[in-house]
Design a protein around this ligand. Structure first.
Ligand code: ADP
Ligand code: MG
Length: 318
């Protein structure tokens, strides 16, 4: 019986592909300084969703992915992935989690593949470690190479494949043990845009065909636009989300809306350009209306209003 290697769309078990982070903090301590890589980050991904993560260099994207991948332990907060609590996991559970629950694709093509093995053996390598019999390994590797469009390159070693092809093999390797979640840290960062889109099409295909939850960090705006939801990280927090309607594989017309993200404590980060446009500084004035909240710069002549709470909407029953 090779039932564990069936290549079917994962349905039903909803908890399996879900990602839930709340107030995630990761502090790196070096001898001299402390770096706050994640500063209370809230992050949710639904089972079967494919999202992209964008943000300036140093904003915490890789730290987030390493935490989700079980490669790094957060300093504080809640992180649950595929039904596992990553804060309380012991070393043995963590190893099993890395092998079975998540698949990882790195930016550096060389980091993803064994150079001396051909494409097929690369895909079969994690299956061998997990103890699957030879025939089952062969069936699974051929199915995966077909999905990533490289069955005809099965006997090529990484050096005999293009950068884009290597990343497609890397996706097949990451999916070998049927993880519910696929994490990719700038998987197209070393590729030109045309090739990057090809690789991203493969990520979308495995998401659609296998139902794998996907979180993909990318620099390339053309790549990040290909999904229904993009989250932007700034200073170790999610600062905004772009939600698109109709960004499927055959997208013709996409409607995109940008949202600010409200965290569990009700905090909101205003986009930098809004802050600059109105020259907002330390305090802003808020006013609750029936269907929206107004935000105004604090003007000096308005200070008298702050002495009369009822004048600016706080504490009023409307
Ligand atoms: P990104 O992937 O968005 O470029 P990272 O998650 O790699 O950002 O880094 C976030 C911040 O944490 C940066 O300021 C970075 O210098 C710091 N950082 C990352 N890894 C380490 C580490 N191992 N030791 C110390 N500081 C680190
Ligand atoms: Mg990074």
């Amino acid at each position: 019986m090779t039932a564990t290697l069936s290549l079917t769309k994962q349905a039903g078990n909803d908890a399996d592909g879900r990602i839930h982070c709340e107030g995630l903090v990761r502090i790196y301590k070096t001898s001299e300084i402390e770096v706050l890589a994640l500063q209370g980050l809230d992050f949710h991904v639904e089972p079967g969703e494919l999202i992209t993560v964008v943000g300036a260099s140093g904003s915490g994207k890789s730290t987030l992915l390493n935490v989700l991948g079980g490669l790094d332990q957060p300093t504080a907060g809640v992180v649950r992935v595929g039904g596992h609590d990553l804060m309380t996991m012991n070393a043995v559970q963590r190893n099993a989690y890395r092998r079975d629950t998540v698949g990882f694709v790195w930016q550096q093509t060389a980091k993803n593949l064994q150079p001396y093995l051909d494409a097929r053996s690369n895909v079969e390598f994690p299956l061998a470690i997990a103890g699957h019999p030879r025939r089952a390994r062969r069936v699974r590797s051929e199915q995966l190479l077909e999905i990533v469009g490289l069955l005809d390159r099965a006997k090529h070693r990484p050096a005999e494949l293009s950068g884009g092809e290597q990343q497609r093999v890397a996706i097949a390797v990451a999916l070998a043990n049927e993880p519910r979640i696929l994490l990719a840290d700038e998987p197209t960062g070393e590729l030109d845009t045309a090739t990057a889109i090809e690789v991203f099409d493969v990520l979308r295909a495995v998401n659609a065909e296998l139902g794998v939850t996907g979180v993909v960090v990318t620099h390339d705006p053309l790549v990040s636009q290909q999904v229904d939801r993009t989250v932007a990280i700034r200073d170790g927090r999610i600062s905004s989300e772009i939600v698109r309607e109709g960004a499927g594989l055959d997208a013709t017309r996409v409607i995109a809306r940008e949202y600010a993200v409200l965290d569990s404590a009700g905090r909101l980060q205003l986009p930098e350009r809004y802050v600059e446009a109105l020259d907002l500084t330390r305090r802003v004035r808020l006013e609750l209306e029936s269907d929206h909240i107004g935000v105004w710069p604090e003007f000096e002549h308005e200070e008298s209003r702050w002495e009369r709470p009822e004048a600016h909407g706080f504490g009023e029953d409307r």
